[in-house]
Design a protein around this ligand. Sequence first.
Ligand SMILES: NC(=O)c1ccc[n+]([C@@H]2O[C@H](COP(=O)([O-])OP(=O)(O)OC[C@H]3O[C@@H](n4cnc5c(N)ncnc54)[C@H](OP(=O)(O)O)[C@@H]3O)[C@@H](O)[C@H]2O)c1
Length: 332
Amino acid sequence: MASKKFKALEVKEIEPGKFQSTIVAKNIDELPAGEVLIRVHYSSVNYKDALSANGNKAVTRGYPHIPGIDVSGVVEESSSAIWHRHDQVIVTGFDLGMNTSGGFAEYIRVPAAWVLKLPDGLTLREAMIYGTAGLTAGLSVSALIHENVFPEMGTVAVSGATGGVGSLSVALLARLGYRIAAISSKASSKNYLESIGASEVIARADMEDKTGKILLRPRFAAAIDTVGGNVLSTLINSLDYGGVVTACGMVNGGDLNTTVFPFILKGIKLIGIDSVELPLIERMPIWENLGSSWRPEKLNELAQEVALSDLPQVLDQISQGQMQGRAIVSLY
Ligand SMILES: NC(=O)c1ccc[n+]([C@@H]2O[C@H](COP(=O)([O-])OP(=O)(O)OC[C@H]3O[C@@H](n4cnc5c(N)ncnc54)[C@H](OP(=O)(O)O)[C@@H]3O)[C@@H](O)[C@H]2O)c1
């Protein structure tokens, strides 16, 4: 299949520090080496894709580049004994869309070790409504359950609640019967957050502590933080005794301003979440739950479907923190 052409969204550095995304025709033989060639059916849009499209060299070192950290699709060619033509598969994370040509394209070629069978209970489209955001939300929920956070223990806060990881965290927790306080900077999204399962919506500005006090009034049994910075430190300092908080993101900042006191006086636990390098064997039970007992009733309402040509606008929206829910990209 050396000469076949396919469509992709390519990011180029048009002048130093200035990046532009355009739809281009690529050749299959330009794809990197790898055992599995996949015809992409859907991709999805994540915060990291916006970083890659905007020239963030911590995510993508070299341009021109095709972003897209998530893919669902069908195996077209495989030199691996594990995967065969017509297998329905997903790929999320690892180096896909970072320094390996990504899913904003009709084809990807990747190592067999990055590929997972399409989880039972999900279509190729639904798998991308989840994508990396859903896996990350699932890992966060799983971490709370592992630490024995049960619904009767009190309210679970979710920050960045209208974002991809945030929305899916709210929807999964609601499906599992938790009471959720959605923390959001978007006053206009109150109805949306309630419709996906939030019991209460708190404005980020009202929730963030500005006093610098370390031991604040306890108000949450647990929290899923997707934004970092002062929101994460406020959450740590506002948990009930024995509270648990997961951290996966840093759109609000990478610094963590707290002390050991919440940890040593209240037994607070801070759990880091990584969905990128996590071994496939540890992803499988999460995907199994996402396709079955954790699946939100309104999963299909959590995403808007966009075309490759809409991506520059959607990536801008994510960069500006304006995303509500998920965007999936149809490529088939
Ligand atoms: N560790 C991992 O494996 C992993 C995996 C996936 C994502 N992440 C990280 O998780 C974060 C969220 O990713 P995503 O794909 O869900 O992004 P997203 O869809 O853009 O959502 C981010 C949300 O955070 C809030 N937000 C935006 N800018 C903010 C700011 N300056 N301060 C505070 N809140 C802000 C907004 O929600 P509101 O307006 O509702 O507040 C926004 O919708 C990113 O940092 C991403 O890199 C990590």
